[in-house]
Ligand binder design. Structure first.
Ligand SMILES: Cc1ncc(COP(=O)(O)O)c(C=O)c1O
Length: 455
């Protein structure tokens, strides 16, 4: 499917359906009415994946899945274990356990410098489980306002007595929120209840990196009785940050300070599933109380074999060259973009910002997530220009990003080329010039309209 065909399908999916389904049962009409709410604002998802388009969108950051590298390693791993059944046929607590999964967990825990690991079917399930199960009544959760939907959903279901957010990546805001809690809760002051801090290492929408050392300092200063624990989601740093891609916690040497780490396998590792790193007490609690484990079939052998194959490559340093290449490509993007004449015009006209690249030259690593911040709805225009030029990148809207903001999230991959990165920069520049020509207040959807006319 070409980019234009995909775009056409997305446009067609926005056609209101309720007027066409007046004879359908009330059940269907009510659902269509809800969907039409999305269609009216042109936000109905119509998942399509243009194959021949250059990937600046997927989470296969090291390109180990798309390049076939993981497939070869996976088939080798499968061949080495002819005794394994494909399915696990039960929950982990019944017949779904195996020496294979236990060994894999030991290998993963050892690689990340953790006491134990516990596998989940996905990062989503892992986050839901962590927050549903670990905070006990009376405990408190303090979370970064930009944490992933799975963390929000887990927190919503949690039994913690107090759930409070703090400003994104802001140690001062964290300190103020914690001081307030301490002031108003004797049990916290006396060290009788735990405060759980929920953060991510690299944030999935803005590519920002948590100031983890500063957070730990704030907590140590405020709670000398050590009744705090940090839970960190390393979804976007797994395989990418730190030595051999061990993650941010390892890169900062904070293994002993962090209670729970989530490493998802669906992004840098190119497969699915997740590993939760924690001590034996937390692992046992999750294993015994997490509904996603108790009431669900445990991950199948092919799922685990793919994870093991990917981890082996990480552990052996086989992905180091890809990790470096990715860094080079992202830095090249920032250099080219920020040097461009159009960039300063776009900045001063406030039609585009790329804050993730701030100080990129002095950073030890840059994240593969490069969001282009636009005005509300301009992101659709910019994204359609990129799609039109054969680069896959999608617009992101509220509620995934704050209301009245627009983003086009560029995701960089090890197998992107310098020429492709240059092409993306040129396309953005073309859009800037187009956008600068639009009179203030005019409906900023010119490209959308042009594309529609083509069909
Ligand atoms: C920060 C973060 N945590 C968790 C998840 C969920 O992981 P999974 O895709 O393995 O369910 C995602 C996926 O988008 C994520 O970005």
């Amino acid at each position: 499917m070409s980019a234009l065909e995909v775009y056409k399908a997305i446009v067609e999916a926005q056609t209101l359906q309720l007027p066409l389904k007046q004879d359908a049962p009330i059940f269907t009409r009510n659902l269509e009415q809800r969907l039409d709410g999305r269609r009216k604002s042109e936000r109905l998802y119509a998942p399509k994946r243009p194959r021949e388009v250059v990937d600046f969108s997927s989470n296969d950051f090291l390109s180990i899945s798309s390049s076939g590298l993981l497939r070869s390693a996976f088939l080798e791993e499968m061949a080495q274990h002819p005794e394994m059944d494909i399915g696990t046929a039960a929950s982990r607590l019944l017949d779904g356990n195996s020496e294979y999964v236990e060994n894999l967990e030991r290998e993963i825990a050892s690689f990340h410098g953790a006491e134990t690991a516990l596998m989940f079917g996905s990062g989503y399930e892992a986050n839901i489980s962590i927050y549903e199960v670990i905070p006990l009544p009376g405990d408190m959760i303090v979370y970064d306002e930009l944490v992933h939907a799975s963390i929000h959903n887990g927190i919503r279901n949690s039994r913690a007595s107090i759930k409070k957010s703090f400003s994104h990546n802001n140690p001062t805001s964290l300190a103020a929120t914690l001081s307030d809690l301490r002031e108003n809760n004797e049990a916290v002051r006396l060290g009788m209840q735990t405060i759980i801090i929920a953060v991510e290492s690299v944030y999935s929408m803005d590519g920002t990196v948590a100031p983890l050392v500063e957070f730990v300092t704030v907590l140590e200063d405020l709670f000398p009785l050590k009744n705090w624990e940090i839970v960190i989601d390393e979804a976007h740093s797994t395989g990418l940050v730190g030595k051999n891609g061990r993650g941010l916690v390892c890169a900062l040497g904070l293994e002993d300070k962090i209670a729970i780490r989530l490493h998802t396998c669906g992004k840098g590792l190119g497969c699915t599933g997740a590993a939760v790193l924690c001590n034996a007490t937390v692992r046992n609690t999750l294993l015994n109380y997490a509904h996603c484990i108790i009431y669900s079939t445990s991950p199948t052998f092919p799922t685990l074999a793919a994870i093991r194959a990917a981890y082996k490559m990480l552990m052996n340093g086989d992905l180091a060259e890809r990790q470096q290449r990715l860094q080079k490509l992202i830095r090249h993007f920032y250099t080219r973009m920020y040097q461009h004449q159009a960039w300063s015009k776009a900045k001063s006209a406030e039609i585009l910002d790329i804050p993730s690249g701030k100080d990129y030259e002095s950073q030890p690593f840059v994240t593969q997530i490069v969001p282009l911040w636009t005005r509300n709805l301009d992101n659709h225009w910019l994204a359609s220009n990129l799609q039109y030029a054969n680069y896959r990148a999608w617009p992101v809207d509220y509620p995934v990003v704050p209301r009245d903001q627009g983003r086009v999230r560029l995701m960089f991959h090890a197998d992107n080329t310098i020429e492709q990165v240059d092409g993306v920069v040129e396309t953005i520049v073309k859009w800037i010039n187009e956008r600068l020509n639009v009179v203030e207040g005019q409906r900023p959807r010119k490209r959308d309209l042009q594309l529609r006319e083509k069909f």
